[in-house]
Ligand binder design. Structure first.
Ligand code: SF4
Length: 255
């Protein structure tokens, strides 16, 4: 699929979402929030559902949690414009309650189609509802900051999934903010591993300020272990041979 075809597919999905009445969440929404970002990216961030500000603007992650997500992206040299950002459900659950299973199921085909259109190498899940879509049965407290292959039924069977807490969680529990930034450091490393597994020709590295020289790239395992951890301080990951060298101090370009 060309980039133009991906864009057209994403726009068509967005138009359907805007008019969707498949579940009860359409009743109280101001605007549906299909998601936004470039069709050329290798990385998709998937949150839970729109909040108050997102519902008003029809855009994902535009409130305080969105500002934190932008900060997190910036911490690894990325921007919102270089990735695609969406949610498990596209309409705001009333009072920001958790989405119900039938609502997640009703909205699921839209996310599946977005994944098919984008064919991402890496899916970053933000929060437990998103994580459950790609790695059913996992516990966020145990797997945040780690990656594993996506569940085949997730819609992105060839992607790696990297689990993170939802940025909104750090607004309620300040101690999670440092955890989020620490976990974010592993996202570019997970992308490197995802590229390797997909045999994607590496995007040119070594342009100014990016990963520098390939000699700086971390050593990666031959195959992604379930919940491999790209951080250098994780003994389990080191024993599994995943990312045995120090974490990156340089940055990895998405383009
Ligand atoms: S949450 Fe999804 S399925 Fe439900 S009305 Fe909105 S777009 Fe449709």
């Amino acid at each position: 699929m060309t980039e133009a075809e991906r864009r057209a597919a994403l726009d068509a999905i967005g138009a359907e979402v805007a008019a969707c009445t498949r579940c009860r969440l359409h009743e109280a929404r101001t605007k549906a929030v299909p998601g936004e970002g470039t069709a050329a990216t290798e990385v998709i961030f998937v949150g839970e559902g729109p909040g108050f500000n997102e519902d008003r603007q029809g855009r994902p992650f535009v409130g305080q949690a969105g500002a934190l997500l932008s900060e997190l992206l910036g911490s690894v040299g990325w921007s919102r414009e270089e990735v695609f950002i969406t949610n498990v459900v596209k309409c705001r659950p009333p009072e920001n309650r958790d989405p119900e299973p039938d609502e997640i199921a009703a909205c699921g085909p839209f996310l599946t189609r977005q994944l098919v259109a984008l064919d991402p190498a890496l899916v970053v899940t933000l929060g437990r509802f998103s994580m459950a879509r790609f790695n059913p049965g996992a516990r966020i407290g145990q797997v945040h900051g780690t990656f594993r292959p996506s569940a085949p039924e997730s819609g992105a069977p060839e992607a790696l999934t990297y689990a993170m807490y939802h940025p909104a969680a750090a607004l309620h529990q300040g101690s999670l903010k440092a955890t989020l930034f620490q976990d974010m450091e592993g996202v570019p490393l997970a992308l490197l591993e995802a590229r390797k597994l997909r045999s994607v020709a590496p995007v040119p590295l070594g342009t100014a300020g990016l990963l520098g020289e390939t000699a700086h790239a971390p050593a990666v395992s031959e195959a992604a272990e379930p919940f491999a951890t790209p951080g250098p301080s994780n003994a389990a990951a080191e024993s599994a041979g995943a990312f045995a060298e120090s974490g990156p101090t340089d940055q990895l370009s998405l383009f």
